[in-house]
Write a protein that binds this ligand. Structure first.
Ligand code: AGP
Length: 609
């Protein structure tokens, strides 16, 4: 996600801002910029690339000199990484930096354009800047203008703001996206996170929802959104810089597991209009969808596993044939794909070599290409005919969790859109499914709370295993693939996912006493059959961990552990069940003392064959 910093004090502001931004580099970013008061004017320097690129650019073009200003590292969500899309963004008198997503930016942009305002970038942030400038031009008072503006903004934001008419003063306001106010000795800061300011001060205020801070030579003042002063409790960071980068979590992976509700919200909510999916911005319309004959979902690793879930969902409700393929296999098997077919490439990084090659091959053969990508402006994103960005924010841990989760959420959006376009579901069902999808952030929150402790307990029982099986049927089988990969890649314990109904055709010979078998049994239509398969492995001595719904009646003595998830719309259960599968893998790795975030032999993005 983006990083925000601000400074008012006695030091060289540009220097402080750049240094503070390096403390936020762990968040991942693709461009950076600063705005500094210089001779009563706001001077901006910004560029695509890393902070080093910004510093190099300032060496050539000049570095703003002053004692107050704001800075930003951007993780692109709206508008690809470029100089012009980098923050800060400005109106006539206002310049600001933003972390979050303005969900209603389109309507606001249309309104402002009707007022004659011209936009230079593709970002939602520039809309916020121009809207604030619009209100300030009428109200002439910065805090009142901020209050008016934020009442119109929908979505999440933390804003660092400077007004040209108020030199050497920095303003800040937040909703959803975190923002702190650092309190130093005759200098003050704003920042998205403590690492940005830890070199200067450990004392800070946590801005609460809709609170507005003013930093100037008199110190820090905080107001609520009724312009009433707020007395803040001063906190002192006792984390080391690295821990703070994880916001207090011991590892990025567990932080990213807990970020999943917000990631889903940021990915799904802006794509729902009047209770129905709206993918127009992704070049996806009913006309195009109606013409699709066959669908191929091609990806690697967890991304491919999200495609497996997508297959079951799309075939179930849109009645369109879906083939899921590992990208490194697809690209070398001379695939039968062509005009009228759609290939869906799923990739968190958007740079995976095999997935990119598969997309290019499909394009050469005349197929339409749709990319589901998390990294803005990545190669796969740029080359696809149609594109749906996921908004998980940067995923630092090598083991994918929140990116996989939001890939699932986009699979559902696409499946509902396709099914409705093809007349396979009516508007009522279309809205019902969409409403249920909108409930998933809250449901995932519940599952995290409900299954964290038992996942930790279960992980203790896996530590000495040589190998284990993950079994399931239908959607549960697709999920068991992801559970198995998660465990393997970070705990280094061998596991294999297996279709529960297929065990008896050979693999059941592997079952020995106390061999752990994780059985996913959430789909009612297949529940009895899966229970029979569980009994088969139990009878041969397996130690069974069963994952099912709260409402399921679990036969006595069938499982050594039963991990229950809340009852919910079954077709959406993969978004709930993946959480305990992630947690079991995480805690097993932690117990084994492995490097959870950087497991041996692995890279976050495999940009080579
Ligand atoms: C996921 O836990 C793995 N680290 C890995 O399988 C990953 O999903 C795969 O390499 C695909 O990466 P991509 O999504 O960036 O294309």
């Amino acid at each position: 996600m983006c990083g925000i910093v601000g400074y008012v004090g006695h030091r060289d502001c540009s220097d402080v801002l750049v240094k503070a931004l390096t403390g936020l580099e762990y968040r991942g970013y693709d461009s950076a910029g600063i705005a500094v008061f210089e001779n009563q004017k706001i001077s901006v320097a910004k560029s695509k690339g890393k902070l080093k690129d910004l510093v190099d650019k300032m060496k050539v073009e000049g570095r703003p000199k002053g004692f107050a200003g704001i800075g930003h590292t951007r993780w692109a969500t709206h508008g690809e990484p470029s100089d012009i899309n980098s923050h800060p963004h400005s109106g006539a008198k206002v310049t600001l930096v933003h972390n979050g997503i303005i969900e209603n930016y389109k309507e606001l942009k249309e309104f402002l354009q009707k007022q004659g305002r011209v936009f230079l970038s593709d970002t939602d942030t520039e809309v916020a800047a121009q809207l604030l400038d619009y209100y300030y031009s009428h109200i002439k008072e910065p805090v009142k203008a901020i209050i008016e503006t934020t009442q119109e903004l929908k979505g999440s934001y933390a804003l660092g703001i400077v007004f040209e008419d108020f030199p050497n003063r920095v303003f800040a306001v937040r909703r959803e996206s975190p923002l702190i106010v650092g309190v130093g000795k005759s200098e003050n800061f704003i920042a998205s996170d403590v690492p940005a300011i830890i070199e200067y001060t450990k004392d800070y205020y946590l801005l609460e929802q809709d609170e507005i801070a003013i930093l100037d030579e008199n110190g820090v003042r905080v107001f609520d959104n009724h312009y009433q002063p707020v007395v803040k409790e001063l906190k002192t960071a006792d984390w080391d810089v690295d821990a703070v980068g994880k916001c207090g979590y011991p590892h990025y992976m567990i932080k990213e597991i807990n970020e999943q509700p917000t990631a889903i919200k940021n990915t799904v909510t802006p794509r729902v209009k009047d209770g129905m999916p709206c993918l127009d911005e992704c070049n996806i319309n009913p006309e195009v969808l109606r013409k699709i004959k066959n669908i191929y979902i091609v990806a690697c690793g967890s991304a491919m596993h999200s495609g497996m879930v997508g297959k079951y969902v799309i075939e179930e409700i849109a009645r369109t044939a879906v083939t899921v393929d590992i990208a490194s296999e697809f690209r070398y098997r001379n695939p039968i794909i062509g005009k009228g077919d759609l290939i869906i490439i799923v990739s968190q990084s958007g740079e995976t070599a095999d997935s990119l090659a598969a997309m290019r091959l499909a394009k050469e053969k005349g197929a339409k290409t749709l990319a589901i990508v998390n990294a803005m402006g990545s190669t796969i994103a740029r080359e696809a005919d149609m594109l749906i960005y996921t908004h998980a924010g940067p995923e630092i841990s090598v083991a994918s969790t929140k990116a996989y989760m939001v890939q699932l959420s986009v699979m559902y959006l696409f499946a509902f859109e396709l099914a409705f376009a093809k007349g396979q579901i009516d508007e009522e069902k279309y809205k019902y499914y969409t409403a249920k999808l909108l409930e998933t952030p809250e449901m995932v929150e519940k599952v995290i709370a409900q299954t964290t402790e038992i996942s930790q307990k279960i992980s203790m029982k896996l530590l000495t295993a040589d190998s284990l099986l993950y079994i399931g049927r239908g959607l549960d089988y697709a999920l068991s693939m992801e559970g198995s990969l998660k465990l393997k890649e970070i705990s280094y314990i061998h596991s294999e996912s297996y279709a529960a109904g297929e065990l008896k055709h050979g693999t059941i010979s592997l079952i020995t006493k106390d061999m752990p078998v994780i059985a996913v049994a959430t789909q009612s239509a297949l529940y009895e059959k899966t229970v029979s398969n569980i009994k088969e492995v139990k009878a041969r001595g397996a130690k069974v961990i069963m994952i099912c719904q709260d409402g399921n009646d679990v036969p006595k003595d069938i499982a050594d552990y039963v991990l229950k998830i809340p009852t919910f719309e079954e077709i959406l259960l993969p978004m709930l069940v993946c959480v305990p599968l992630q947690l079991i893998a995480y805690y097993t790795s932690v117990q084994k003392g492995n490097d959870v975030d950087q497991p041996r032999n692995l890279a976050k993005s495999v940009t080579v064959e």
